[in-house]
Design a protein around this ligand. Sequence first.
Ligand SMILES: *Cc1c(COP(=O)(O)O)cnc(C)c1O
Length: 383
Amino acid sequence: MLDLKDALAQQRQQSLYRQRHAVSRRDNNKIIIDGRPYTNFASNDYLGLANDPRLIEAFKQGAERYGVGSGAAQLITGYSSAHQALEERIAAFLGRPRALLFSSGYMANLGVITSLLARDSQLLIDRRSHASLVDAARLSRAKLTRYHTRDISSLNQQLDTRSKPGLIISDSVFSMDGDIAPLPALVTLSQQRGLPILIDDAHGFGVLGNTGRGCLEHFSTSNNDVNIYIGTLGKACGTAGAFVCGSEELIETLIQKARSFIYSTAAPPAIAHATLTSLDIIEQEPWRRENISALVKRFRTGAEQLGLALSNSSTAIQAVLIGDNDAALAASEHLKSQGLYITAIRPPTVPKGTARLRITLCSHHHKNDVDQLLSALESWQAA
Ligand SMILES: *Cc1c(COP(=O)(O)O)cnc(C)c1O
């Protein structure tokens, strides 16, 4: 075993120590931590649904009908008519035959990737993909090839035609930069090479596309071109959990084989019940997405005028690149002193030397919040 004391001291010394901060209250774009209110720019509740009174009401109704916990794994008695209704709703919303719920995105990725690959098949994964996809890939014991990010020719070159049939994997929106994977080119390659493709649309589902159907709608890609589509519910939907969408055979296979699905208690039915309301709102209130786009433009215009190094992103995730770990922490502290909550993201979450502020703009932010953020960034530069 590691020398824990030593390892922790080292972590601290490199400014990589991680800490949690208990939020005592959260209300739309405000959070309270240690008795102090902050405008929250560090949440994935993109559409502001987590506190929406309609969701809270649906959640209560669900709890009254089904209780709080599900009581068992889905294959025992944990699967409720609320779960079933949500799966059917998601599949219809995305125009696919079936959907299957998992308790979290992390578990969905683990379950799917470990169920579908033979040992020695080749798994091609974008270098910047989410940690859960990388962990799943390792656990699958397939041959893991990490291609240069968003680079189709790198992907093409690294294809090993002697391997057993494999899978191409990518995030849609890269979570630490906010840029979007070249989905149409990935789909073309997948078809040319006869390799199926898995897209993790955690940061796209609900937010991208005019009607919130995610990255496929954003690119006008046919739903059937992405064999395995994964979305999470803890972000734009404002609830919790995740789903996998695809063919009848895909979903039936996962029900037989995905260990993170089989051996884990089903998510509370009330969560599924509330998520039905999230989907109504996603469909009926496009102004939420329009608001995000307007805030993103306002932020980028202002930040460019300040000469800040931004990631190449048009999505709700905006990164201000700083580089040094201490400097990123100091920037985050400065913003906190101004009442703005923004976290410093450091290695290993991002590559060494690219520590950054990760800002998320949500539909419940106001123009004034963005202006405040910009002036706080300006005073940080001057400090
Ligand atoms: C958040 C996230 C996940 C994990 O989803 P959880 O439901 O939070 O476990 C998976 N993939 C990506 C790309 C994510 O951003």
